[in-house]
Structure formats: C-alpha cells, structure tokens
Design a protein around this ligand. Structure first.
Ligand code: CA2
Length: 149
C-alpha cells in the first residue's frame, strides 16, 4: 500500500495567485497541489491535499491523518499565530509534521514571528515561496526513510 501524506492548508490560501503576488507569488493553490502531487509521485507517496477556512475542518483532517497517513505537511496560514486546537491535534497525531510558510514570516509584522504550531513540528520551512511545499515533502521522505532504516 502507498504511503499517504496529508498536505493541509489554512484560511485564505484558496486566494493564492489572485492577490498580494509581491508576498505570495503568482502560483494558485491548484498549482501548489500539482507541485505536491509531482513531489509525492517521486517518493511513491499518495498525497491527500485539502484547504479550509475553518479551524475545525483542519482539526478533523489532522485526526483523520492520524489513522491514515505517515506524515503531515501543513501551512496553517493565520491559524499559525492563534490556534491551540491545531497544535493539540498535531501533537495527538504522533506523526512527523512539517510546517510550511510561503513567505518569510520573520521578515514581516512581529505577530507573525510566533507560531503556536512549531512545537509540534519536526521542521519548519519559510520564505521559499510555493517551492517550500516541495522541500517539505522531500524532507519528510528523508525522515521517513531514515526512521525505517
Ligand atoms: O507565508 C505563509 O504561507 C503564511 O502562512 C500565509 C498566511 C499568513 O497569515 C501567515 O502569517 C504566513 C496568509 C495566507 C493568506 O494567503 C493569501 C494569498 C493570497 C491573497 C491573500 C491571502
């Protein structure tokens, strides 16, 4: 059976490519999904890709991933800076989690420097644009391979 990886995206990321291209670039979320599926295929992963503007939907997918997946790549978007619920769900998942941000959150407003999510993450990637998702899937593949060996 193929290894399943969940790629989860938080609020407003459905608007990618339509506004603020100077911060987030011109790729759409569909483009990001295609990048993730390509990267997943290189590693033999089945990619389950979701976006929601609702915190509870993200928590439900994290709980589902706990039963079905080998790892989670998540861009929690604004919930990064607010959500104990997503932190708790990720901690309970017991899965390797990679936190991704398209922009360099450390070079922006001070409130973006704090992440409630990072304590649950094995690695954090930010500032590489949408290529950060590919780096996250490659990094997760290396982690899963080394934990098998
Ligand atoms: O850099 C990232 O990936 C962020 O997670 C994006 C979030 C932001 O709140 C985080 O601080 C950093 C915002 C996602 C909203 O995406 C939009 C994309 C295009 C137009 C408007 C919003």
């Amino acid at each position: 059976m193929a290894t399943t990886v969940y790629v989860l995206n938080g609020p407003n990321l459905n608007l990618l490519g339509t506004r603020e291209p100077e911060i987030y670039g011109r790729a759409t979320l569909k483009d990001v999904e295609a990048l993730c599926r390509d990267a997943g295929q290189r590693h033999g992963f089945e990619i389950v890709f979701h976006q929601s503007n609702h915190e509870g939907a993200l928590v439900d997918w994290i709980q589902e991933a706990r039963r079905k997946a080998a790892g989670i790549v998540i861009n929690p978007a604004a919930y990064t800076h607010t959500s104990v619920a997503i932190l708790d769900a990720l901690l309970a998942s017991d899965l390797p989690v990679i936190e991704v941000h398209i922009s360099n959150v450390h070079a922006r407003e001070p409130f973006r420097r704090h992440s409630y999510i990072s304590p649950a993450a094995r690695a954090v990637i930010c500032g590489f644009g949408v290529n950060g998702y590919v780096l996250a899937i490659d990094g997760l593949a290396a982690m899963l391979a080394s934990s098998k060996g």
